[in-house]
Structure formats: C-alpha cells, structure tokens
Design a binder for this molecule. Sequence first.
Ligand SMILES: *[C@@H]1O[C@H](CO)[C@@H](O)[C@H](O)[C@H]1NC(C)=O
Ligand SMILES: *[C@@H]1O[C@H](CO)[C@@H](O)[C@H](O)[C@H]1NC(C)=O
Ligand SMILES: *[C@@H]1O[C@H](CO)[C@@H](O)[C@H](O)[C@H]1NC(C)=O
Ligand SMILES: *[C@@H]1O[C@H](CO)[C@@H](O)[C@H](O)[C@H]1NC(C)=O
Ligand SMILES: *[C@@H]1O[C@H](CO)[C@@H](O)[C@H](O)[C@H]1NC(C)=O
Length: 251
Amino acid sequence: MKSMFRQVFLHWLLCSCTTQVLGVLIQTAPGTSTNGVIVTELNKTVSLVCHINGSSYQDENLVWLRNGATISLKEGNTEGRSSVCITPVIQADNGATFTCYLSKNSSLRDSITLNVTYGPQLSGSEEITVEKEEALVLQCDIWANPPVQSVSWTFNNTNVDLEATGLLETTDGFNTKLSNGRAVKSLHEGTYECSAIHAIYGRHTKTFYVTVTEKTFKFPLFPMIAGLVVVFLTILLAIIARCQRIMKCFQ
Ligand SMILES: *[C@@H]1O[C@H](CO)[C@@H](O)[C@H](O)[C@H]1NC(C)=O
Ligand SMILES: *[C@@H]1O[C@H](CO)[C@@H](O)[C@H](O)[C@H]1NC(C)=O
Ligand SMILES: *[C@@H]1O[C@H](CO)[C@@H](O)[C@H](O)[C@H]1NC(C)=O
Ligand SMILES: *[C@@H]1O[C@H](CO)[C@@H](O)[C@H](O)[C@H]1NC(C)=O
Ligand SMILES: *[C@@H]1O[C@H](CO)[C@@H](O)[C@H](O)[C@H]1NC(C)=O
C-alpha cells in the first residue's frame, strides 16, 4: 500500500517536473484566462506576456501569431520573454487567437483567445422623411456579444400594431427592421423606437421621427432619353438612306 502510494507520488512528481522544465506559457494582464479565453471589453487594454519555462531555452527567440499571422516585434522583445499589447480592444479582436511559440521548436507553444463583450450600437435619433406610397424602412443594428436577449419596437409610445399598420417586423442576429412598401400618412407618421436588451449592457434604444410627405412630381428622365435616342436614330437612318441614294446617282 505504502509503496503504491510512493509510486503514484513519484509519478506525479515526475510529470509535474517535466511540464515545469519545458514550456512556453502566456500570462495576461489585467485579468485571468480560463481555459485559454480572456474576457474583455471594447476600448480596454490587454497585455500578454509569453515566458519560456525551462533554463536550457532561456535565451531562445519567441514568435507571436495573431490568428496564424506573425506579429512583428521590436528588437529585444523576443528573447526568453516577449510581450504584446492589444490597445484599444476593438470588435474585430473578438475571437482572435494569440499564439506564442519557441522559434526553434514550434511544438513548445501556448495560445489564448479573446472574448470581447459589447452591447448593441443603438443610440440617438434619426429623422426620416418618406413620400406617401413610397417604401418605409426603419432599421436598427443589434449586433452584440453575447447576442441581445430581446428586441422590441414602439410607435407613439405604444407597441407597434403590425396588423393595423401593415408593418412587417424582421429580426436576425444583426438587425431588426420595420418596413412597409407603401407609406400612409395617417398610419405611419409619428415616433418609432427600437429597443434591445442586453444581459451585460442593459437596454439600448434608438428613436426615429418619421414624416410622410405628399408625392413630388418626378421628371420622367428615362423615357425622355429613350425618346430622344429614337428620334436621333431615325434622323441618322434618313440621312444615310439619302446619302446612299445620292451616291447611287453618281455611280
Ligand atoms: C470606445 O471608444 C470610442 C472612441 O473613443 C467611443 O466612441 C466609444 O463609445 C467607446 N466604447 C465604449 C464601449 O466605451
Ligand atoms: C514554470 O512553471 C511553473 C508552473 O507551471 C512555475 O511555478 C514556474 O515559476 C515557471 N518558471 C518560469 C521560469 O517561468
Ligand atoms: C520540441 O519539443 C518537444 C517537446 O518538448 C520535444 O518532444 C521535441 O523533441 C522537440 N523537437 C526538437 C526538434 O527539438
Ligand atoms: C464571452 O463572455 C461572455 C461573458 O462572460 C459569455 O456570456 C459568452 O458566452 C462568451 N462567449 C464565448 C464565445 O465564449
Ligand atoms: C403619432 O404621433 C404623431 C406626433 O405626435 C401624430 O402626429 C400622429 O398622428 C400619431 N399617429 C398615430 C397613428 O396616432
């Protein structure tokens, strides 16, 4: 029993020694990583420091990759210890994987992935003018990490009556849209608000002030150009025919 315990203990000691002797590991500041993921937010700064763990490799060069592409490092920032700084953190850093490895032996490596949380970019207001019988489209960007929990629309401070207004609401992970192919002043003019609720960043809203105007007379540019082209071609053909007739006389 005792010897078995000793064996297990020795085995554990051996294993932990070998993992300690050789290795490349990334430390993060601020914060900690769990299972190789760092949770951070927009505009924050994340520092990553890569160490070589093992005396025989102490002065070897380290290489950093971001999503597989090499990061260029200043001189002196590669031997034995190397740091990279991500500042400010942007949306595109979400899901980015940073890898550090030993230049001499790329199997000695460590990786870390960023999880950048952000709320939907919804704020302020917009004035929308639409001619009657034209299409009315209101759109809100609800892209967030993690995704928003719920989305809703109001019209003149009450829930939008989709049936009465003939408005169509469509929502995917990126946008929520309220639309109608033919705007009607008595139905659609007023104040709209889209809201999204996020688990971390709370409620975000954007307001639209919609005005439905009378139809303006549109100059029929395209039919006019088409008409002019026809007239021009007719004249051209007439001239050509005439020339041919004249030329025939001379032959
Ligand atoms: C991040 O910084 C930008 C530019 O300074 C600013 O417009 C934006 O509101 C900031 N975002 C957050 C979530 O702090
Ligand atoms: C090597 O790693 C062990 C634990 O993983 C740690 O206690 C030790 O300080 C590290 N050595 C160096 C030189 O980083
Ligand atoms: C690279 O490191 C691994 C793990 O320590 C080791 O098994 C392997 O032999 C090394 N390769 C070279 C070429 O040194
Ligand atoms: C990122 O972190 C947030 C907050 O902790 C979590 O809700 C979300 O599931 C994480 N996303 C991923 C892809 O790990
Ligand atoms: C909504 O509010 C606006 C401005 O207060 C008003 O002009 C409009 O008639 C209202 N629309 C409906 C359908 O109640």
